[in-house]
Ligand binder design. Structure first.
Ligand code: ATP
Ligand code: MG
Length: 354
């Protein structure tokens, strides 16, 4: 199989973990006889520096024609209050919107060998394995108006969703539940928000098409609590943009480090974008110690979701398990008596195990 992959390393540790993902993909390619061609383009702060905009048109055009897109991370203190007025994060919001990537898939798994790395009790984290599905291109992050009014003495943000935007993400969640434990938790705030009442109605309508999926409705505040008290109760969680943003960061504590978590941003047909959940981690950028697993596991999601390469994806995921079991850790995961190594070495050990 030959695939054209757009690589957007972005800023900070994004560049470092992307190198690891490319090495792993090359190893997969030679093992299974595929050809992955990487094309690197600019996004975020690096793009502001080179072209004065966080999302050059050339990058958009390349992504539109690609088989899949890999993204590292964007942002960093050097672009806060940049004289150009440009923000790296705007490039990220804009590429997701432009490519129509309405579904953000974030698997969260408590790795058996990392139970000690979580601040939560072992008994709580053990056995947790969920998929959080977040709506990504609508809701309060995009609604207009979003501005100061009344001479700066009042403010408005707008939560706007079309019925079809809710239907497609909820449908995606039911389909995903079918491939897992067939349990779907819909998270909303239906006791307060009209948007949540419409969301809940749509979930109930869709449920008729998926009689095998067991559905429950949980208010977002209760969900936030349950996520860290009874995480093993969840299989697939589906929710709107802002709730999903918050809950998925919260869920990251189950794995012990933000650096472990992958994500996929996809649409019904067409190109998907794969990126780690973490940001550019300016505090450790350039030191060669970033945890590359979130990025590498994102590449595995790309193989599965965009290319249908299930076995190849599984090989990468198994190798991550093995390396952790062998005791290798980047510093963010390190505990007593383990073998603390940098980004490059842990990547090499992973490839040895594939
Ligand atoms: P963003 O605004 O892009 O979400 P953020 O400031 O919320 O960024 P990160 O940049 O992800 O979050 O950093 C949060 C913390 O997690 C930092 O201390 C950072 O060093 C750590 N971290 C993030 N990614 C990794 C990684 N891959 N390996 C090790 N530590 C990481
Ligand atoms: Mg953040």
């Amino acid at each position: 199989m030959k695939k054209q992959i757009i690589v957007l390393p972005g800023d900070g540790v994004g560049r470092e973990v992307m190198e690891s993902a490319k090495l792993v993909l090359q190893a997969v390619a030679s093992e299974f006889g595929h050809r992955f061609v990487f094309h690197e383009h600019l996004i975020g702060g690096a793009a502001i520096d080179a072209c004065g905009t966080p999302l050059p048109q050339e990058t958009v055009d390349a992504c539109m024609q690609a088989d899949a897109v890999l993204l590292g991370a964007v942002g960093g203190p050097q672009w806060d209050n940049h004289p150009s007025g440009q923000r790296p994060e705007a490039g990220l919001l804009s590429i997701r919107k432009t490519l129509g990537l309405f579904a953000n898939l974030r698997p969260v798994k408590g790795f058996a060998s990392l139970l000690d790395a979580s601040p939560l009790k072992k008994e709580v984290v053990e056995g947790s394995d969920m998929l959080i599905i977040r709506e990504l291109t609508g809701g309060i992050y995009f609604g207009q108006p979003s501005e100061r009014t009344n001479d700066g003495n009042a403010v408005v943000d707008t939560l706007y969703y079309e019925r079809t935007e809710m239907e497609r993400i909820i449908d995606k969640a039911f389909q995903s539940a079918l491939t897992r434990k067939k349990r779907l938790t819909s998270v909303d705030k239906a006791n307060v928000l009209e948007s949540s009442r419409m969301w809940r109605e749509i979930v109930k309508e869709k449920q008729k098409q998926y009689p095998d999926v067991k559905v429950d409705h949980v208010l977002v505040d209760a969900a936030a609590m349950k996520l860290i008290t009874q995480p093993d109760q969840f299989d697939v969680i589906v929710t709107e943009n802002m709730f999903g943003d918050i809950l998925s960061d919260e869920a990251s504590v189950l794995t012990g480090s933000l650096g472990m978590l992958p994500s996929a941003s996809i649409r019904t047909d067409g190109v998907g974008m794969y990126e780690p959940v973490h940001g550019s981690a300016p505090d450790i950028a350039g030191k060669g110690i970033a945890n590359p697993f979130g990025m590498i596991l994102s590449a595995a999601m790309m193989l599965r979701h965009s290319f249908g390469l299930e076995q190849e994806a599984k090989d990468i995921e198994d190798a991550v398990d093995t390396v952790l079991e062998q005791g290798y850790r980047t510093p963010d995961l390190a505990g007593a008596g383990e073998r603390v190594v940098g980004t490059k070495e842990i990547t090499d050990r992973l490839i040895d195990n594939m």
